[in-house]
Design a protein around this ligand. Structure first.
Ligand code: PBG
Ligand code: ZN
Length: 322
C-alpha cells in the first residue's frame, strides 16, 4: 500500500514549500494589453460593459502606454475607432488613420514598448463585418486586398507586429507577401488562428463599435464545437508564415490552447476576451467573488493550459499583484 508512504500534503505545508514546487508562474512578460483608440483630444470614454476600460484619444492613449511600459508590460494591442465608416472600411488603410497616427505617437514616446495592431475591417465598415460584402456574405479573396493594405499601413507607421483577426482563408500568406515585398520581412505576424464565433465578444463590440449590422460571423469565425478544425487552422497559418498563433476566447477553450501548443510547438497566444473580463468585473463589483483572486487564477489557468502569451484587459491590474 502506498499510503501513508506517499503523502501529497507534505509539499503543501506552507507558502515557502508551495512556492518551491509551483509548476506555473505568471509574469509581466506574458501579458499583452489591448487598448481602444478614438479621435479627439483628451477623450476618455468609459466602456460601460467593461469597467476600467476606455476609448482613448491619442494623447490619453500615450499616457496609458507609458504607464503600461513602466509596469513592465511588453506590448499593447491597438484597436481603432475611426471618424467615419463605409462599406469597404476606407478609413482603415489611410496613412493618417486613427491607428496609424496612434502607432506613430506611441513609438515616439515609449521606446521599448512593442505596438501590435489588430488588422481587421470590422471597426471600419458600415456593416460591421470583417471583410467586403458581396451578395450578402463576406467575400474572402476581395477582403484579402484590404487586409494586406491595412497591415502594410500599420507597419509603415511603425507597428512592431500585426495581428490579423478577420479569419479569412489565406490571409497570413497574403499579408506576409505584401509585407515582404515592401521590405518588412522582419515584422512578425500574430495570427488569430482559432478564433471562435463566440458570444463572449459582446462587450468588445460596444467598445470598438463593431457589431455586425446584419447576420453574424459564423461564415468566417469557427464553430465553438470544433477542435480538429482549430488544429488545421493553426497548421495552415504556420505554413503561411505565422510567427505566433492565437486561440480566442481563452477560458472556454483551454483544451484548444493545450492542443495547439502541443501540435505547433511555436509561441501560442490566448485572448482573455471582453466577456471573460466583464463577467469577473461584474461578479467582483457585486461582492460575489474576490475579483483579484479570480483574475489571477484565471490568467494562471490560461498559462497552465499552454499559452505563452495572454492578451488581457487585466494586464495592468495583474502586474500590480505579481
Ligand atoms: C473582430 C474582433 C473581435 C475581437 C477582437 N477583434 C470579435 C468580434 O467582433 O468578432 C474580440 C475581442 C474581445 O472580445 O475582447 N475582428
Ligand atoms: Zn473583425
Amino acid at each position: 500500500m502506498i499510503y501513508p508512504i506517499t503523502r501529497m500534503r507534505r509539499l503543501r505545508q506552507n507558502e515557502t514549500m508551495r512556492r518551491m514546487v509551483r509548476e506555473t508562474r505568471l509574469s509581466a512578460d506574458d501579458l499583452i494589453y489591448p487598448l481602444f483608440v478614438c479621435p479627439g483630444d483628451n477623450v476618455k470614454n468609459p466602456v460601460n460593459s467593461m469597467p476600467g476600460q476606455f476609448q482613448l484619444s491619442i494623447d490619453n492613449l500615450v499616457k496609458e502606454c507609458s504607464e503600461a511600459e513602466s509596469f513592465g508590460i511588453p506590448a499593447v494591442l491597438l484597436f481603432g475607432i475611426p471618424e467615419k465608416k463605409d462599406p469597404v472600411g476606407s478609413e482603415g488603410i489611410k496613412e493618417d488613420g486613427i491607428v496609424q497616427n496612434a502607432v506613430k505617437a506611441i513609438k515616439e514616446n515609449c521606446k521599448d514598448l512593442l505596438v501590435i495592431t489588430d488588422v481587421c475591417m470590422c471597426e471600419y465598415t458600415s456593416h460591421g463585418h470583417c471583410g467586403e460584402i458581396v451578395d450578402g456574405d463576406v467575400h474572402n479573396d476581395k477582403s484579402l486586398g484590404h487586409l494586406g493594405a491595412m497591415a502594410l499601413s500599420h507597419v509603415k507607421a511603425g507597428a512592431d507586429m500585426v495581428a490579423p483577426s478577420d479569419m479569412m482563408d489565406g490571409r497570413i500568406g497574403y499579408i506576409r507577401e505584401v509585407l515582404d515585398a515592401e521590405g518588412f520581412e522582419n515584422t512578425p505576424i500574430m495570427a488569430y488562428s482559432a478564433k471562435f464565433a463566440s458570444a463572449y465578444y459582446g462587450p468588445f463590440r460596444e467598445a470598438a463599435e463593431s457589431a455586425p449590422q446584419f447576420g453574424d460571423r459564423k461564415s468566417y469565425q469557427m464553430d465553438p464545437a470544433n477542435i480538429n478544425e482549430a488544429l488545421r487552422e493553426a497548421d495552415l497559418d504556420m505554413d503561411e508564415g505565422a510567427d505566433i498563433v492565437m486561440v480566442k476566447p481563452a477560458l472556454p477553450y483551454l483544451d484548444v490552447i493545450t492542443k495547439v501548443k502541443e501540435d505547433t510547438g511555436i509561441p501560442v497566444a490566448a485572448y482573455n476576451v471582453s466577456g471573460e473580463y466583464s463577467m469577473i468585473k461584474a461578479a467582483g463589483a457585486n461582492g460575489w467573488i474576490d475579483e483579484d483572486k479570480v483574475m489571477m487564477e484565471t490568467l494562471l489557468s490560461i498559462k497552465r493550459a499552454g499559452a505563452d502569451l495572454i492578451l488581457t484587459y487585466f494586464a495592468k491590474d495583474a502586474v500590480k499583484l505579481l
